[in-house]
Design a protein around this ligand. Structure first.
Ligand code: FO1
Length: 325
């Protein structure tokens, strides 16, 4: 049994899909649900077969419920694929792998949205139905779509990521709908009630997982308004992304795929960055940018590694409050 602890003055986590979900799982095993709020990216969301799919929200819920397929990092374990196989036989689109059990989530969400329920309450109820009571909120209730600008034109995120397997060369990103989106009111409520909260940027892709969250109008003001330490965990180890296309994107955008550039990307927002032991030689350069560096193991394969990284992050936050940074 893992021992529960608290986080002085609160904790707000920004999360994308797989990497973020792993950290949130670690945190959920050592903190009470009331002690932290997780803001989830919805820029990956899209409509497929008329169904509203919210991959990052579902990945976080399935991971916290310990029902996620461990190998893939998304979708449900022990899944069956009858719907997908039959769709393919009918000549339908088979590039996005929707499992039979997972389908129920998308159908339920789509029906409730059509009835006028908002994504926040649907997410809360879905999480509860999986036994997950951690506070998870979409960044906004409004539809936002990440578009990856590539050598082949603008591609909706899932088309770039899944259908085209991240092959097209990346030129930039835009978040359709972001300007008119309204920050989730629960985030403002949290910020008012926890004005000294720490902010933790999970080791998710900075361009397509964290930036959509940061670009929701007033989001950065709300985060900066929380007076606790702001810490990012680098998703890059030894110039490679732990998972996904972050390193490839950086190279194609003409920046070295290093934790230095991750720190640079978040400069002005973060006070500190957590990097892996493998990147320890980079710490002097990052600290020269005025960003404190913490070095630990950031690989999260086992549950134990997830809990250990979560504990380390809480230690760094507590050290800030004890003035021992
Ligand atoms: N990722 C894939 O690489 N291939 C898939 O076919 C796929 C299907 C899928 C279905 C439901 C879901 O919730 C997630 C799914 N993902 C799939 C993951 C998703 O595309 C990405 O992990 C996130 O959007 C990136 O954070």
């Amino acid at each position: 049994m893992t021992e529960l602890r608290s986080c002085s003055n609160g904790l707000c986590v920004l999360s994308g899909g797989v990497g973020g979900a792993k950290l949130v799982l670690g945190l959920s095993r050592i903190l009470n649900n009331e002690d932290f709020l997780t803001i989830v990216n919805t820029g990956d969301d899209f409509v497929h077969f008329g169904l509203k799919i919210c991959p990052d929200i579902d990945t976080v819920i399935y991971t916290l419920a310990e029902l996620v397929d461990q190998e893939r990092g998304w979708g449900l374990k022990d899944e069956s694929w009858n719907f997908l196989n039959k769709t393919k036989l009918l000549g339908g689109e088979g590039w996005f792998n929707l499992g039979d059990k997972d389908l129920a989530t998308h159908v339920h969400r789509t029906q409730r949205l059509a009835k006028g329920d908002d994504l926040t309450s649907i997410t809360k109820n879905l999480a509860s139905s999986f036994g997950v009571e951690a506070h998870l909120v979409p960044m906004t209730n409004d539809p936002v779509s990440t578009v990856v600008e590539t050598s082949e034109g603008g591609l909706a995120f899932q088309h770039y990521f899944v259908r085209d397997r991240c092959v097209p060369t990346v030129k930039g990103f835009r978040f359709e709908g972001i300007k008119s989106s309204v920050i989730n009111p629960l985030i403002q409520e949290y910020a008012r009630a926890n004005d000294k909260s720490a902010v933790l940027l999970a080791p998710s892709n900075p361009f397509v997982s964290i930036d959509p969250i940061l670009n929701v109008p007033t989001m950065t003001d709300e985060l900066i308004g929380m007076k606790g330490p702001k810490i990012a965990i680098s998703p890059i180890i030894n110039s490679k992304a732990v998972k996904g296309p972050a390193a490839k994107m950086m190279q194609e955008l003409g920046v070295p795929s290093t934790s230095i550039e991750i720190a640079n990307h978040y400069k002005g927002l973060i006070d500190a960055i957590v990097i892996d032991h493998a990147d320890a030689p980079l710490s002097e350069k990052i600290e020269g940018m005025g960003i404190k560096v913490f070095i630990t193991n950031t690989v999260m394969h086992s549950l134990n590694e997830k809990i250990t990284l979560a504990n380390e992050c809480l230690n760094f936050i507590e050290a800030y409050w004890k003035n021992t940074w």
